[in-house]
Design a protein around this ligand. Structure first.
Ligand code: ARG
Length: 460
């Protein structure tokens, strides 16, 4: 079945049909299309195009079609141009001639916009739940190792000591922003486009606000030409998906490093690692590598649609059909990566000794010392080189911070009084960072409580 054809003398070629058909991917919009069509039937009844009986017949038939679609055979052999055409054909088969009225005053241009928006609202909700589940796992991991101290890095060089939960809360914050971005993406998708017609506005006096209420939309779109030309709501989702994948990729990268033999902080579970077909000793972090790899693929989806849209004259152009495969693929990869990241976090065990050793063998306490000097009156620009000298001496003589006897420190500089030696223990210095957002143990304990509350809030 075709929704057009009168002005043609010949039919479309087989190669054109094969090239342009979108049913094999836009069938994912089937449910949204049925719901949108049911709401549209009610709108047609309100403007007097459908009688109450006709509308009921259409609604019932659509309900039956929806049931039939649960079986994969439903789509088998379907040659329809797209999912919108398929639904109308099936409706006609089910309900008879009354179905001919359903596409009155409606264009596929607005229909495709509506369907994707309906689909996106639910997808944003699903993604937000999966992000929250990963956040919960990060908090559980923090609670399993509440007191573990690890080096924090800049330039991948040991910088300052932090609590392992503080490190995990950094990832939590990124994911909180991601969750917010998907809420925003949902809000932007939640504009009801029906009534726009092909591009100029429908020729039938639909109550657009009523259709919006019927379909649970918060708003209606303002301009019919914009509706036909717009895919911003898809781009918004792809951007939010890309940033989330970027965050997952950075977590993956960190944990790949942390689980190497060289670091040996983390033991990843057998259930999320794989072996080598040749080297019997290997236990590889493929799950994390794939998250990092899929990140590139999702970025590709975002740039693909940006490229598709950038030169299109207003309003609709068939190029825009190319929005769906990147969208569906990005959503699938994102969902999978969130689930995978969660499983890895759940499986991971932190060995507290190697990171603690890395802390104690390095000079991550240097800043604590310099700041203590500054608190006691030595201006910081003076305190900095004093501690620098202590580090240099230690490097030369092969001393670790805790090798220093308190009374020997003053030989490096008189300002380094014996009582400052307590700061050679990284846990002592960390206590000076009791500031909102800092790694002081009490601040971190409070941050963990707040993080949990923020997650619980979304459940209510
Ligand atoms: N399958 C099309 C798409 O996804 C639906 C809109 C078709 N409209 C048209 N004027 N050919 O974009």
């Amino acid at each position: 079945m075709k929704l057009w054809g009168g002005r043609f003398e010949g039919g479309p070629s087989e190669v054109f049909l094969r090239f342009s058909g979108s049913l094999h991917f836009d069938r994912r919009l089937f449910d949204a299309d049925v719901r949108g069509t049911q709401a549209f039937a009610r709108a047609l009844e309100r403007v007097g195009i459908l009688s109450a009986g006709e509308r009921l017949a259409i609604s019932d038939a659509l309900e039956k079609i929806r049931d039939q679609a649960r079986s994969p055979a439903f789509f088998e052999g379907a040659l329809d141009e797209d999912v919108h055409t398929l639904v109308i054909r099936k409706l006609k088969e089910q309900a008879g001639p009354v179905a001919d009225k359903i596409h009155t005053g409606r264009s596929r241009n607005e229909q495709v916009s509506l369907d994707v928006r309906i689909w996106l609202r639910e997808e944003c909700d699903l993604v937000r739940e999966k992000i929250a589940a990963l956040e919960r796992s990060l908090l559980d991991c923090a609670n399993r190792h509440r007191d573990a101290v690890v080096p924090g890095y800049t330039h991948l060089r040991r910088a300052q000591a932090v609590l392992w939960p503080h490190y995990l809360l950094a990832h939590f914050e990124m994911l909180e922003r991601d969750r917010e971005r998907f809420l925003e993406a949902r809000r932007r998708a939640s504009f009801m486009p029906l009534g726009s017609g092909a591009l100029a506005g429908s020729g039938f006096p639909f109550d657009r606000e009523a259709i919006a209420r019927d379909l649970g939309f918060e708003n209606v779109t303002e301009n019919s030409m914009d509706v036909s030309a717009d895919r911003d709501f898809v781009l918004d989702f792809l951007y939010a998906a890309s940033v989330t994948m970027l965050h997952l990729s950075r977590l993956a990268e960190d944990w790949i490093i942390f689980s190497t033999d060289e670091f040996s902080w983390l033991e990843l579970g057998d259930e999320v690692t794989s072996g080598s077909s040749l080297m019997p000793q290997k236990k590889n972090p493929d799950s994390l590598e794939l998250i990092r790899g899929k990140c590139g693929r999702v970025f590709g989806s975002l740039s693909s649609l940006m490229m598709t849209m950038k030169g299109l004259p207003l309003t609709y152009n068939r190029d825009m059909q190319e929005d769906k495969e990147p969208l569906f693929d990005a959503a699938l990869q994102l969902e999978g990566s969130l689930e995978m990241a969660r499983a890895v976090v759940d499986s991971a065990k932190l060995r507290p000794l190697p990171p603690m050793k890395a802390v104690e063998e390095s000079w991550v306490v240097a800043t604590d010392l310099a700041e203590a000097l500054a608190r006691e009156g030595t201006p910081f620009p003076k305190a900095h080189p004093i501690v620098g000298k202590l580090v240099l001496e230690s490097v030369r003589s092969g001393k670790k911070p805790l090798d220093w006897k308190p009374e020997d420190l003053a030989r490096v500089a008189p300002e380094l009084t014996p009582d400052l030696a307590r700061l050679l223990d990284p846990r002592v210095g960390m206590k000076s960072r009791e500031i909102l957002g800092g790694t002081g143990p009490e601040s971190v304990a409070r941050a963990l409580v707040r993080a949990k509350e923020r997650l619980e809030r979304i459940q209510s």
